[in-house]
Design a protein around this ligand. Structure first.
Ligand code: FE2
Length: 425
């Protein structure tokens, strides 16, 4: 494989523009003014250059299902979405599942997202969703790294088959064990759900990512059960708690105690701004709470928090295009995170913090020796990238440019003004 030299890159943690030399698919040197006689060159032109974006939480078995076999979600509620998904499941074929997942892989690449964790509903006896997403994962691995979570969407113990299906999904090759304790019929079954996930993760040597407390119900307190299992079993830093929206509504005395336990458990938290801002707290009336976990308090406590996309055009959320900058932009508003330092934090939440959650930190980032995956954004810094939800001018995978974007050209052409507009100062 040949060499490639990136010139004039604005890298995090460097004051001056840097050159990045790539050979054999890896970063080999980062320095100012690297001479590259005869080496192919890409000029980053002072633009922000980052490791690829990470989406740590999506449901690729449901993506693009709006308007396909589904009726529209007229109310926009979680309950109607669950009904629609239930109607759709018997109509799914492997061909449809793989076609939609492959299409979204292209959207991710165009948005500079090259690391993804997807959930695959394993509550159907055919396990078609798990089989399809595992096949897509393996077919596209030269372009994008995908982890598949065996996700018991209906809960593990709401049927006699649930536990067996979860085990079969792991035997088929799912990378992570998922759960849904708040979906179980009773509090006791919710606790069993969490314990069961840890047992299977240990037995199959897989990672853990549980949909937990995805409700506004203040009595839904299963993330504390996860934290306890993490501490007692020595899983610190290796398990992810997805959504935890109920935490938003907990009373502060309980929430402050919980924050300390989550810190001790070294939990990875995944918040999902798109879905949770429209699905949660719909029954509040007014005032209406925001439906996100306690992002700023968790970060202040030193707990790892990252951002997921969750849905892309499905019954739960009919919009979205796999753009992590857009997800971070939304959270800046809904989590009160528009301060300068918080904007930098948001950028970490769609890159390094997510990589930590996925357990891929050691090979992620623009560092000598790492796989040469990066994005060059059409922005001078993080604040501009978030404000404009900037395009990725270049997306590199293992040292090769796999996507280029030409930003839109807007030209005002009047007798008074003849100018291009790019919304930049
Ligand atoms: Fe989810």
């Amino acid at each position: 494989m040949g060499a490639l030299l990136i010139k004039n890159a604005k890298l995090r943690d460097f004051q001056k523009l840097q050159d990045v030399l790539i050979k054999d698919g890896k970063f080999v040197r980062i320095a100012e003014n690297i001479q590259g006689e005869g080496v192919a060159t890409v000029d980053a032109a002072g633009n922000l250059t980052l490791p690829p974006f990470v989406d740590p939480h999506v449901h690729m078995d449901a993506v693009l299902s709006c308007g396909d076999l589904s009726r529209p979600n007229r109310s926009g509620t979680l309950l109607e979405a669950i009904d629609i998904w239930g109607e759709r499941k018997p109509l799914l074929t492997k061909e449809i599942l793989k076609k939609n997942a492959r299409e979204v892989v292209k959207w991710y690449i165009a948005n500079g997202v090259l690391r993804v964790r997807t959930h695959a509903d394993c509550s159907d006896p055919t396990l078609l969703t798990v089989e399809s997403l595992i096949e897509v994962r393996d077919e596209v691995r030269d372009l994008i790294d995908i982890q598949v979570v065996a996700f018991p969407q209906n809960g593990i113990f709401t049927s006699t088959e649930g536990e067996g299906l979860l085990r079969r999904a792991l035997e088929m090759g799912a990378d992570c064990v998922g759960g849904a304790p708040h979906i179980e019929y009773t509090r006791e079954d919710g606790v069993r759900d969490v314990e069961c996930v840890y047992q299977y993760a240990e037995k199959f040597d897989r990672m853990i990512d549980i949909h937990v407390d995805e409700t506004g119900d203040t009595h839904s307190r299963f993330v504390e059960v996860m934290a306890k299992e993490n501490i007692m079993r020595g899983w610190q830093g290796r398990a992810a708690a997805s959504h935890t929206t109920a935490m938003h509504n907990y009373n502060n005395d309980y929430a402050f105690k919980l924050l300390g336990v989550l810190k001790k458990a070294d939990m990875n938290m995944i918040t999902n701004p798109f879905d949770n801002s429209v699905l949660q707290n719909r029954t509040d009336g007014y005032p209406r709470k925001r439906g996100h976990t306690r992002v700023d308090e968790l970060l202040e406590k030193g707990v790892n928090v990252c951002i997921g996309h969750d849905s892309i055009m499905d019954p739960w959320y009919s919009m979205g295009k796999g753009n992590m900058l857009a997800a971070a932009n939304l959270l800046a508003h809904t989590a009160h995170m528009n301060g300068h330092d918080q904007l930098l934090e948001l950028m970490d939440m769609i890159t390094h913090r997510s990589a930590r959650t996925l357990g891929i930190e050691d090979k992620y980032g623009i560092k000598e020796g790492n796989p040469a995956d990066l994005v060059i954004l059409d922005a001078k810094d993080e604040a501009e990238a978030l404000r404009l939800t900037s395009e990725c001018l270049y997306v590199l995978r293992k040292g090769k440019v796999i996507c280029r974007t030409t930003p839109a050209l807007r030209t005002i052409d009047t007798s008074e003004i003849k100018e291009n507009v790019d919304f930049k100062l």
